[in-house]
Design a protein around this ligand. Structure first.
Ligand code: IPM
Ligand code: MN
Length: 360
């Protein structure tokens, strides 16, 4: 299969973790006789420095015409600490999601048995957790009208959703649930928010055409508690943009490090694969960033294209790195291994074998 892949390293640790994914992809090409085509493009703070824009037109064009985008990370301290900045690096990512119609962020949270001790949560609570968050990605409060009064003392962000925006991700989520443990939890705040009531009405209606899937609804505040008390009760979680953002970071506590979690952002035409984590500017160029979230995002890309054996080979190699403790210091404090070394180890262990992933 010939895939054209856009590489958007972005800011902070983004480029260095993405470089490890590319290393692993080259190993996949080699092992499975594929030819992939790569092209790099700037996004985020780094693009603002060179072009003045967080998402240059050329980058957007490249992404449109690519089969997939591998994304590093976005954000820089000088903007985080400056609420008055009108143009911000994150706008590059948000515009990319919006322009490409990447309406569903798929965020799996599955415990790795070899790293179970890494979570601050009790082992008997988190063992065998296997849930997937379907986060709506191009609507809601992130994209609603924003206002700031002339004197700067009153601000607002509108949370708006249409039935159509809710139903397209709901169908994806129900279909995923059908293939898994057949349970879908809608997370909202329908006791307070009108937009949440539309979610509940729309999703409940759609649920009727998936009778084999059991659906329940939880308020976000309760869902946050449930996820820490008993994460195993969840299979698919379906939620809006803002709740999904918060819940997915919270879910990473179950795994023990945000440096391990991948995501796929998909739409009708395009797909982008990005780690959960941010740009972690404090770690930039120190060779300590964990490349695994980026590598597993790349594996989700392979799965997206039906390259299941290839994806499996990547995941087996990642698993091996955990078992052999070839991990970065965020996973094992005493580890001396850096980003590069872990990337080399994982790419060097990508082989065509029938070894099955028996993670649990
Ligand atoms: C994420 C990130 C982004 C988001 C930021 C960087 C804009 O936190 O992908 O979860 O809020 O969507
Ligand atoms: Mn987030």
């Amino acid at each position: 299969m010939k895939l054209k892949i856009a590489l958007l390293g972005g800011d902070g640790i983004g480029p260095e973790v993405l470089a490890q994914s590319v290393k692993c992809l080259r190993a996949v090409e080699e092992t499975f006789s594929h030819r992939f085509e790569y092209q790099e493009a700037p996004v985020g703070a780094i693009a603002m420095t060179s072009t003045g824009k967080p998402l240059p037109d050329e980058t957007l064009e490249l992404c449109r015409e690519s089969n997939a985008i591998l994304f590093g990370a976005i954000g820089a301290l000088e903007y985080d600490n400056n609420p008055d900045a009108k143009v911000r690096p994150e706008q590059g990512l948000l515009k990319l999601r919006k322009e490409l119609g990447l309406f569903a962020s798929i965020r799996p949270i599955k415990t790795f048995p070899s790293l179970i001790g890494n979570s601050p949560l009790k082992k008997n609570i988190i063992a065998n957790t296997d849930l997937v968050i379907f986060r709506e990605l191009t609507g809601g409060i992130y994209f609603g009208r924003k206002t700031l009064s002339a004197d700067g003392s009153v601000a607002s962000d509108l949370c708006q959703y249409s039935e159509q925006e809710i139903s397209r991700i709901a169908h994806l989520a129900f279909k995923a649930a059908k293939k898994r443990r057949k349970k879908l939890t809608l997370v909202d705040k329908a006791n307070v928010l009108e937009s949440s009531r539309l979610w509940r009405k729309t999703v409940t209606e759609i649920g009727k055409s998936y009778p084999e899937v059991e659906m329940q609804s939880l308020f976000i505040d309760n869902a946050a508690v449930q996820m820490m008390m008993d994460p195993r009760q969840f299979d698919i979680i379906l939620t809006d943009n803002m709740f999904g953002d918060i819940l997915s970071d919270q879910g990473s506590v179950i795994i023990g490090s945000t440096g391990l979690l991948p995501s796929a952002s998909v739409g009708a035409e395009n797909a982008m694969f990005e780690p959960f984590h941010g740009s972690y500017p404090q770690a930039k160029a120190k060779n300590i960033a964990n490349p695994v979230a980026s590598i597993l995002s790349m594996a989700m890309m392979l799965q997206h294209f039906g390259l299941d054996e290839e994806a499996n080979a990547v995941m087996v190699a990642v698993h091996k790195s955990f078992v052999k403790k070839v991990v970065t210091p965020d996973v094992l404090g005493s580890s001396k291994y850096g980003t590069d070394y872990v990337g080399d180890y994982i790419s060097g262990n990508i082989v065509d074998s029938d070894e099955n992933l028996n993670l649990n």
